[in-house]
Design a protein around this ligand. Structure first.
Ligand code: UD1
Ligand code: CA
Length: 460
């Protein structure tokens, strides 16, 4: 029971001007709070992670409850110092407490481990993770006792900066390690005489230092890792960095990504080597793509499972669907949830699918809707074919056997079964099952009226 990790996530995020609590905003396809909780849970067991919730507490709890972490309620948000005061009962039994900010999402487990080890080795009362980013705006500044020392005198919040203090380039990341004993012995000394009238956790640096305790600064190796997200612009800057990191990881694994800055790739995505991703592609959620595929521009894949050597042409939208090896899609195909496209199959332009099995080598080239259907192998679906799967009350199923030919512009009124090798004449409306190998014609016979055009002209 050496370390507890406390994550401060009770604030509203006023600077975002959003109805959603700040820590539920997303970067890299994952909420801020989830990013921080996931990092923390790699350092201590989830039951030693305490999330301080307040503003929209229920929503924030729901977002990370499945991770098995604990929650502490801060009903009134009276500052970061006040937040840690609320955690006293829960965490004073641990020897040390690491404090993370719910709005500093890029923090890596390695860095948490680093501050933990440094704090223990140096027997500090408080260790502050610091950084020297280019843009200092909005950050508290860390004032060391001297430039050659890692002992800290105080942290000064932006509104209290003197022109002299404003020269300090070292910022407070909002991430700390504390020894519990001195922290809770002195935390009630915090006051509210400051620009916001809040209890600042940052004041603990000066308080502990004045009490003769050791307060140290540890500079993060990469300032990007401790960027705070207070505004939408800051969040999007972090989002861009995260996604670029993901693109770089994939490129290192052998994936070609043209113009990676135009792609939107979530952290959980995996792609096999020799796959090529063109500009303006989005790969979201738990999407996995195999080797030697080509994903052309403007395609958006969400929770998609794609095999090897698949070609997805421009503008495809694919959600919760599976595409087997060697299939080709699009341009402009729309695969809605639970579509499975078989090996070597082709789903062409303006084809929409939903909850279908589409067999090996089958083709639906143009302008088609296939929903709630089981389609065998080697099937040819002509242009404009529609499965009429909805009767106004419930969804009905269409079953199409292997090697069936469905002529263009046919409507298949479900429930209906087309037997193996059957042949549907173009323009048919099929309402009854078709036996194996049969021809089905479901349309009015064509009639011809010779000389009709000339006769009509004469009448006029
Ligand atoms: C804080 C630090 C600042 C540091 C910066 C780093 C203070 C006073 N200042 O400023 O020195 O450079 O982080 O990003 O701590 N929160 C609560 N309860 C509250 C208030 C805040 O849980 O009553 C949470 C927020 O939800 C947020 C975190 O604490 O996740 C930080 O609060 P925020 O208001 O964003 O602090 P900053 O102004 O960024
Ligand atoms: Ca902040």
């Amino acid at each position: 029971m050496q370390f507890a990790i406390v994550i401060m996530a009770a604030g509203k995020g006023t600077r975002l001007k959003s109805k959603r609590p700040k820590v539920l905003h997303e970067v890299g396809g994952k909420s801020l709070i989830r990013q921080v909780v996931d990092a923390a849970a790699q350092i201590v067991p989830p039951e030693d992670v305490y999330v301080i919730v307040g503003h929209q507490a229920g929503m924030v709890q729901d977002a990370v409850a499945a991770q098995g972490v604990q929650f502490i309620e801060q009903t009134e948000q009276r500052g970061t110092g006040h937040a840690i005061q609320q955690a006293r009962t829960a965490v004073q039994g641990y020897e040390n407490v690491i404090v993370l900010s719910g709005d500093v999402p890029l923090i890596r487990p390695e860095t948490i481990r680093q501050i933990r080890d440094f704090h223990l080795e140096r027997k500090a009362a408080m260790t502050i993770l610091t950084a020297a980013p280019e843009n200092l705006q909005g950050y508290g500044r860390v004032i060391r006792k001297s430039s050659s020392s890692d002992e800290v005198r105080e942290i000064v919040e932006p509104k209290a900066l003197t022109p002299e203090g404003a020269k300090a380039r070292e910022i407070n990341s909002g991430i700390y390690a504390f020894s519990s004993k001195p922290l809770f012995a002195h935390i009630d000394s915090l006051g509210t005489e400051n620009a916001h009238g809040e209890y600042y956790l940052t004041d603990m640096a000066a308080i502990l230092q004045a009490a003769g305790e050791r307060v140290l600064a540890l500079e993060a190796e990469d300032a990007n890792e401790v960027l705070g997200a207070n505004t939408i612009a800051e969040m999007m800057a972090i989002d861009g960095k995260l996604r670029l990191m993901t693109a770089r990881r994939l490129m290192a694994e052998g994936v070609t990504i043209f113009r990676p800055e135009t792609t939107v790739i979530d952290a959980g995505v995996t792609v096999g080597p020799d796959t090529v991703i063109e500009p303006f592609v989005q790969l979201l959620g738990e999407t996995t793509i195999g080797q030697e595929c080509r994903i052309r521009s403007y395609s958006v894949l969400e929770h998609a499972t794609v095999g090897n050597r698949v070609v997805i042409r421009q503008g495809c939208v694919i959600t919760q669907s599976q595409i087997d090896d060697g299939a080709t899609l699009g341009p402009y195909a729309h695969l809605r949830p639970e579509s499975r496209i078989g090996e070597g199959a082709h789903v062409g332009n303006f084809v929409e699918t939903k909850k279908i099995l589409f067999g090996k080598g089958s083709k639906a080239g143009h302008l088609t809707y296939l929903g709630d259907a089981e389609i065998g192998a080697g099937v040819n679906v002509g242009a404009g074919v529609i499965t009429c799967n909805y009767d106004g009350v419930s969804k009905r199923k269409t079953v199409i056997g292997d090697q069936v030919f469905v002529g263009s512009d046919s409507t298949l009124v479900a429930p209906v079964t087309l037997g193996e090798g059957s042949y549907i004449a173009a323009g048919s409306c099929i309402t009854e099952d078709v036996p194996e190998g049969a021809l089905a014609l479901g349309r009015a016979r064509q009639t011809i009226k010779e000389g009709w055009v000339a006769e009509r002209k004469k009448k006029k």
